[in-house]
Ligand binder design. Structure first.
Ligand SMILES: Nc1ncnc2c1ncn2[C@@H]1O[C@H](COP(=O)(O)OP(=O)(O)O)[C@@H](O)[C@H]1O
Ligand SMILES: [Mg+2]
Length: 261
């Protein structure tokens, strides 16, 4: 079966500041990465800080061109010039999304904006859709005209999630969604996301270093280390019997295996 989203042989190097600037020094952020989001499944992308997770996401979303390799969404090539169906069908919660909401805009305006840009929403009542999503993420629809500053960090995270979901995506990409919130808020957000996944059948591509969260939300895992895939497979198997040092290290850093579902 064709993967929903697939990367083959991605390479990307960035210039690094050098002691002798006339010498061009680059470092590979991605060094030949393959990844597949299998149909009907959710995927966790894990790896220590600097492993290349966010870089890989930018390539997967067609926001940046790889030096080499290719990305396909439902079998069709994705490039920054021609993202194809990906723009319509993929909702994105960027890293630290809560604080990336425009502080001057009401939640209503932030939620309506994607509907105004995307095809197929012209005949839909944008305000009604905004209120519907407020309720879906557990926020009081009566607060829709407040600005982001009037919400807590956890609530802003919910607003970012509502915005990513507003155009009814088939895939939800989330980069480190729970790193800036306290453990109780994180637990509530994970429960919310899990119930959304169960109800809507949306596929999640989750970037995280929290293996417990990955285990609760995802079926498969890709372990990234130094810009390469150290290990990939069903999350139960990788967590039970890590075959790579990178996966074992991540599990060791947690101190114990994450609680089973
Ligand atoms: N735009 C960029 N310019 C220069 N270096 C970058 C850029 N983006 C990422 N890098 C480098 O690539 C490596 C991987 O970064 P990143 O993808 O952000 O890792 P992660 O998200 O796993 O923490 C790091 O060494 C980082 O400094
Ligand atoms: Mg990152």
């Amino acid at each position: 079966m064709t993967p929903t989203l697939e990367a083959v042989g991605l390479r990307r190097a960035y210039r690094v500041p050098a002691a002798r600037p006339w010498r061009r020094t680059t470092r590979a952020a991605l060094d030949g990465v393959d990844l597949a989001l299998a149909p009907g499944r959710s995927l966790a992308l894990v790896g220590e800080s600097g492993a290349g997770k966010s870089t890989l996401l930018r390539m997967l979303l067609g926001l940046e061109r790889p030096d080499d390799g290719s990305v396909r969404f439902r079998g069709a090539p994705v490039t920054p010039d021609a993202p194809g169906r990906l723009r319509q069908e993929v909702g994105v919660v960027v890293q630290d999304a809560g604080s990336s909401l425009d502080p001057r805009c009401s939640v209503r305006a932030s939620l309506r904006e994607p509907l105004e840009c995307l095809d197929g929403w012209a005949d839909v009542d944008h305000d009604a859709r905004a209120l519907e999503l407020m309720a879906a993420v557990g926020l009081d629809p009566a607060t829709v005209d407040r600005r982001p500053g009037q919400f807590s960090g956890g609530q802003r995270q919910r607003i970012a999630l509502a915005r990513a979901l507003i155009a009814n995506p088939s895939v939800l990409v989330v980069d480190e969604p729970f790193s800036a919130v306290d453990p109780a808020t994180r637990a509530r957000l994970v429960t919310l996301l899990r119930s959304l996944v169960e109800r809507s059948g949306i596929q999640v591509l989750l970037v995280t270093h929290d293996l417990g969260v990955a285990d609760r939300l995802c079926d498969d895992v890709v372990v990234l280390a130094h810009g390469r895939v150290a290990e990939a497979g069903p999350i139960d198997e990788v967590f039970a019997r890590p075959a790579s040092a990178a996966a074992a290290d991540l599990l060791g850093a947690v101190g114990r295996l994450p609680a089973r579902r």
